[in-house]
Design a protein around this ligand. Structure first.
Ligand SMILES: Nc1ncnc2c1ncn2[C@@H]1O[C@H](COP(=O)(O)OP(=O)(O)OP(=O)(O)O)[C@@H](O)[C@H]1O
Ligand SMILES: [Mg+2]
Length: 306
């Protein structure tokens, strides 16, 4: 069996003349929390719909737990719980009734209902009609449905949409703990880089349908060069000095370090040189490596920048 919970090989999808997903090779390890990132229109939802067998690829294949979605759609789908952008709940039914419908269709035990309602903190609103649900409640109900049957792969398309800050924190904790608690793999698309940074073990970044970055988050961040923010009493002279010392200096006077540079050592050296030259140093700050910097960098990895 494949070592990956989710794998795609050259997965592509055209809409007319537009190539919305372009030869995607996703590798999602078992028990990972995989953050699937990219700007609006990058192709995240299109990819997710192909992973679920809801949309036919133009080319390539998708495997869930080693099962080819194109050949064994039902078998692959049985491994997955999904939360999509459009939930498709019946507004005139209660949350509990909606879940019960999904439960019956899938032949799951009656106890599943209360289990997932508890997990998503929905017990108290389970008997309200879904049309009277708030956006966040609907999102929780979507998560509850995704969790029914304890799937080995959870695929979530922007699960924090509409959630309040407490709801976002709950979702974050829940997803982060799931692999250890149940052995499941979590694949989650999101725009909230700071949230993803806190829970993801792996990330993939999509730009214009192409995967520009993929890997273990800690490795990717460790490979990110650091910057040092600089402000002095004479920035023009500081720039000249920094350039003379061989540093790569950005327009706003940030020093762009190479991946192997030790930011603390460079900061100390630069500080000394500036003071010796008679400048006052107002600010000298190594900038922490963040997923946001990686995300911005990823845009530059496109073969021909758009
Ligand atoms: N059914 C469709 N018909 C035509 N074009 C489509 C269809 N679905 C998606 N697209 C196009 O494919 C591209 C990718 O869309 P997709 O919804 O996958 O992006 P996304 O990464 O999920 O964006 P967002 O972050 O806004 O949710 C977009 O240019 C979109 O207009
Ligand atoms: Mg989307």
């Amino acid at each position: 069996m494949s070592e990956f919970a989710i794998e795609t090989r050259g997965l592509s999808r055209r809409f007319g003349r537009q190539l919305a997903v372009d030869a995607l090779d996703l590798h999602v390890s078992r028990r990972a929390v995989y953050g699937f990132l990219g700007p609006n229109g990058a192709g995240k939802s299109t990819t997710i719909r192909m992973l679920l067998g809801l949309l036919r690829p133009s080319d390539g294949q998708a495997l869930i737990q080693g099962l080819d979605v194109g050949r064994d759609r039902i078998g692959a789908a049985r491994q997955v719980g999904a939360l999509l952008e459009a939930h498709g709940f019946y507004g005139n039914l209660t949350g509990r009734e909606n879940l019960d419908l999904a439960r019956t269709l899938r032949g799951l035990d009656r106890h599943e209902l209360d289990r997932v309602l508890d997990l998503t903190d929905l017990r108290s609103s389970a008997d309200k009609r879904v049309s009277d649900y708030s956006l966040g409640m609907r999102q929780r109900l979507g998560l509850a449905r995704a969790l029914m049957g304890s799937p080995s792969v959870l695929i979530l398309d922007e699960p924090t949409n509409g959630l309040d800050p407490d709801g976002i924190a709950d979702m974050r904790r829940f997803l982060a703990e799931l692999p250890d608690r149940t052995g499941a793999t979590v694949f989650v698309s999101s725009h909230l880089l700071h949230e993803v940074e806190q829970i993801a073990t792996h990330v993939g970044i999509l730009h214009l349908g192409r995967l520009t970055v993929q890997g273990r988050l800690s490795d990717l961040l460790a490979g990110q060069p650091q910057d040092i923010e600089l402000a002095t009493s004479d920035d023009a002279q500081a720039r000249t000095l920094a350039l003379a010392a061989g540093y790569d200096v950005a327009d706003d006077l940030r020093l762009r370090l190479a991946p192997h540079d030790d930011a603390r050592r460079v900061a100390a050296e630069v500080n000394r040189a500036l003071i010796e030259a008679g400048l006052d140093v107002h600010r000298l700050a190594p900038r922490p490596r963040t997923l946001e910097a990686l995300y911005r960098q990823a845009r530059l990895n496109l073969p021909e920048a758009a």
